[in-house]
Design a protein around this ligand. Structure first.
Ligand SMILES: *Cc1c(COP(=O)(O)O)cnc(C)c1O
Length: 480
């Protein structure tokens, strides 16, 4: 299929409706066939492709290409050479999603290309984003007056939270401000602090307890120490589900400390916040609605395709105060309606609200709750079964939907041997092609982890996971 770009009118860039339809159908055909083939794809495609990457380097093409060879390249050669992140067997890291309604929404947003950075240019579309943010707020039980912001991910949300707190709490005295997170806090907190002007020597790493939760007494001691040094403690980032072991910090106790000490309490819920949608699971995240700000990652817990994080700030005016601006070429700001550019750092941008809104509208909250609760139930069940596998020692049972463990046996004498055996387990299970696992290193210990958060992951994949972990553990322990 060749674009009908006339050879004489070399500046023409529009395709005819018929050609656009044909190209659109070709893309949808390939994408849907791809999704349908996910069960047959290896859990981890061949990513050992440095030679292919070198071969792909090319000078800028002077002439345009037809669509079909590009689709062939993508779907046949490049997409398969990656981790199969959308597959049901993807239990590594924190799984993302890729629900179809969001893909449709992205297509609509891009094809219609309206300007949603500023309210007045597309008020009714911006209202859909405002609705979606209000729904997130309600699920998290944040109060009216909360402001939200969609970002490209949890890292961006956390960055915006720190900037907002810094402006509120430190004003221009940035250098005296100190920030606290646990040794298990996500590294994006450190990156965000640096971007927000909080230097690494002002970031404190608080130890954790046996369950990998922040040690609140140690936090208080560190705050007192910094005050004695004449510094200005201003920000605690706690975790509602760490990436290593899924630990939920004692959010209520930390909220108490922050209230007493007048610190901003940020909760990193990039992995765990959406479990708060389910009323029966809220006790697992007790204290989360008390946070001053909350990072969420719809591209994890709402199963959206990669590219959408979210921030909620309890004092919505604080977020607005950071970003509200105007210029001679812009309309006057209005107060009644949500206006993205008044609450975030970007002006021109895509329309991230549509993929969130469309996914919630098409599935409904009830289906989301059922899916999220199922992921936790699968993890709880699988952790109990895994704990019974000979040689497996559990390091973390699921606080939400993630558990971690390692291998032990009399033959594995040193820590290095245990680490090597557990790492081999992760690799051997993944190499079998149905399940992809990842590990993590905590205090010199290598742990295997299973994180259940993909919307395609159901009981069948957990059965396979258990079978492959049991078989490969047995083989490793008998030296095979
Ligand atoms: C994924 C994750 C992040 C970072 O979010 P991105 O969307 O990858 O930028 C932060 N914290 C936790 C706990 C996460 O799981």
């Amino acid at each position: 299929m060749t674009p009908d770009l006339s050879s004489t009118d070399t500046a023409a860039m529009e395709f005819s409706p018929d050609v656009m339809l044909a190209m659109g159908r070709a893309v949808v055909d390939r994408a849907v066939a791809h999704i349908a083939s996910l069960p047959d794809q290896p859990a981890r495609g061949d990513v050992n492709v440095a030679d292919l990457c070198r071969a792909l380097r090319e000078p800028v093409p002077e002439e345009g290409s037809a669509l079909t060879p590009l689709l062939d390249l993508l779907f046949d050669d490049l997409i398969p050479r990656s981790f199969t992140t959308p597959s049901a067997g993807y239990l590594a890291y924190i799984p993302g999603g890729g629900v179809y309604p969001a893909a449709l929404a992205d297509f609509i947003a891009d094809a219609t290309n309206r300007y949603t950075g500023v309210w007045m240019a597309a008020p009714a579309l911006v209202q859909l984003e405002a609705n979606a943010l209000d729904w997130l707020r309600d699920w998290m039980q944040f109060p009216v007056g909360t402001a939200g912001l969609l970002t490209t991910g949890g890292s961006g949300a956390t960055f915006n939270a720190i900037v907002c707190a810094r402006e509120q709490m430190l004003n221009n005295d940035i250098r005296s401000g100190t920030l606290y997170t646990s040794t298990q806090g996500h590294h994006c907190i450190n990156k965000a602090a640096k971007l927000a002007g909080i230097a690494p020597d002002r970031v404190r790493s608080i130890p954790v307890d046996r369950d990998f939760r922040m040690d609140v007494a140690a936090l208080e001691a560190e705050i007192a120490r910094d005050r004695a040094l004449g510094l200005h403690p201003f920000f605690v980032a706690s975790s509602a589900g760490t990436t290593n072991t899924g630990a939920v910090d004692p959010l209520n106790d930390i909220a108490d400390v922050c209230a007493r000490e007048q610190l901003w309490h940020h909760v990193d819920g990039a992995y765990g916040a959406f479990f708060h949608m389910c009323p029966e699971l809220r006790p697992l995240l007790s204290g989360l609605p008390r946070a001053d700000s909350l990072t969420l990652d719809p591209h994890k817990g709402m199963f959206l395709p990669y590219g959408t994080g979210a921030l909620l700030v309890r004092d919505g005016q604080a977020l607005r105060a950071v970003h509200s601006a105007t210029a001679g070429y812009l309309p006057e700001n209005q107060d009644e309606f949500y206006d993205p550019a008044q609450y975030g750092p970007e002006l021109s941008r895509g329309f991230p609200g549509l993929r969130v809104w469309m996914s919630i509208k098409m599935y409904g909250a009830a289906r989301y709750r059922a899916a999220i609760a199922e992921k936790r139930a699968l993890a709880v069940w699988a952790a109990e079964q895994t704990a019974a596998i000979p040689g497996v020692v559990m390091d973390a049972m699921p606080q939400l939907s993630l558990f971690a463990f390692h291998l032990e046996s009399p033959a594995l004498v040193t820590q290095a041997q245990r680490n090597a055996a557990t790492e081999a387990l992760v690799e051997r299970v993944t190499a079998r092609g149905k399940i992809i696992l990842s590990g993590c290193t905590v205090d010199g210990r290598y742990l295997a982890r299973v994180c259940v958060l993909g919307f395609r992951t159901r009981q069948a994949e957990m059965d396979i996971c258990l079978q492959h972990v049991a078989e490969e553990s047995a083989a490793i322990l008998r030296g095979a």
